[in-house]
Design a protein around this ligand. Structure first.
Ligand SMILES: NC(=O)c1ccc[n+]([C@@H]2O[C@H](COP(=O)([O-])OP(=O)(O)OC[C@H]3O[C@@H](n4cnc5c(N)ncnc54)[C@H](OP(=O)(O)O)[C@@H]3O)[C@@H](O)[C@H]2O)c1
Length: 346
């Protein structure tokens, strides 16, 4: 899985102060903007929207100096060095390629692409253009995962045997949202289940040899509205998870070993402070892990720290490829193909 995970959060000697542009003005774009504005080690220079009004409103709310009414116009700004792609899933590939062609470095929201084939094509282009590219799994930049790894390496829970995680929420009949639309590569696995897959692969430290899933695929949405997945890893580790857009399973992640367990209370959207509960025999310890800054600022600085390597250890290109292949296998197991895949278009 590329560079060692333990390299995460270690600053390299020279860190570029990057000027950022954001494509899209939705929910996660606002969080990333607040993160960038909380640090003086990066600048939020521009925002691009499909409409002038939304670009202007976002710029006013977040103090962004330049507002563009077309994504292309942001890419044509020579002072924008790095672009954060916060668009719906089906647009990640197209805009990663356009960013690379425009000479920009790229932080692209998860899931990286609609499938592994598309990711391979995009990474070939990114490499040819010598651009930085990383799939934005912000949760991976939080130092609590380094602590989890340390606890495992110290043998405090014995040999890792089983992983379990969940991420779900109930969005109701919001069929206008891209999450509930097949042709926009929506669904619970792509939206929240990918975190569980990513966590399982991170802790197992290898790619799954078997991926199975059972899902409820909505008649109207044509996507998995709730699902359960199971992964088997070559080392013998087994992972199970539940994800969904129409159910309310409490979010969490746990690592079960031969001698004890680690429960991660806020695995996916950790705040400045996150907590782990380590149980071993009769003792239980609650450990809090603090971040030095806003987690989205930390993610942006991770890009700057590793710019010269063109990929970040929080989520390397190989890691994203392994992730996309596992997600493809889970979709195949649950019988979910995208309309455009069935038509042989992507
Ligand atoms: N929300 C979260 O907490 C979160 C967390 C992690 C990752 N993500 C990922 O970030 C991406 C965006 O999620 P989001 O929650 O921010 O979505 P969102 O609130 O719906 O925003 C998406 C933005 O993309 C632009 N857009 C372009 N074409 C669109 C289309 N056909 N339909 C809808 N919007 C379109 C819109 O901006 P303009 O109108 O300005 O062009 C819109 O505001 C997704 O890939 C998601 O998986 C989200």
């Amino acid at each position: 899985m590329g560079k060692k995970w333990s390299d995460l959060n270690e600053s390299e000697e020279v860190m570029r102060h990057l000027k950022w542009g954001i494509l899209g003005t939705g929910r996660i774009a606002a969080k990333f903007a607040r993160g960038l504005n909380s640090t003086d080690r990066a600048t939020l220079l521009a925002v691009g929207s499909r409409r002038e009004e939304t670009a202007r409103e976002f710029a006013e709310e977040h103090g962004v100096p330049r507002a563009y009414a077309r994504y292309e116009d942001l890419l044509a700004d020579p002072e924008v060095e790095a672009v954060y792609i916060s668009l719906p899933n089906h647009l990640h590939g197209e805009w990663s390629i356009k960013c690379a062609e425009a000479g920009k470095h790229i932080l692209c929201e998860k899931p990286a692409m609609v499938n592994a084939d598309e990711l391979e094509r995009v990474l070939a282009m990114v490499k040819a253009r010598d651009a930085f590219w990383m799939e934005a799994f912000m949760y991976r930049c939080h130092p609590q995962w380094r602590k989890v790894k340390e606890i495992i390496s110290a043998g405090r829970i014995g040999e890792v045997r089983v992983l379990h995680s969940a991420f779900s929420f109930n969005m109701g009949p919001a069929y206008q949202d891209f999450r509930l639309q097949n042709h926009l590569a929506g669904g619970g696995l792509m939206d929240v289940g990918v975190y569980c897959v990513s966590f399982s692969r991170l802790i197992a430290g290898e790619e799954p040899s078997e991926c199975r899933a059972a899902a409820h695929i909505g008649e109207k949405s044509g996507v998995d509205e709730y699902m359960a997945g199971a992964l088997r890893f070559p080392s013998g580790v087994i992972a199970s998870f539940i994800s969904g857009l129409e159910c309310t399973v409490p979010s969490g992640a746990a690592v079960y070993g031969s001698e004890g367990s680690i429960t991660v209370e806020s695995p996916w959207q950790p705040g400045d402070e996150a907590a782990l509960v380590v149980s071993n025999g009769e003792s239980t310890e609650r450990i809090t892990v603090k971040t030095p800054m806003d987690p989205y600022a930390q993610e942006a600085l991770h890009v700057a720290e590793h710019l010269e390597a063109r990929q970040g250890p929080a989520m390397t290109w190989d890691d994203s490829l392994g992730q996309a292949r596992a997600v493809d296998a889970l979709r195949a197991s649950m019988g979910l193909a995208w309309d455009f895949e069935r038509e042989g278009r992507r």
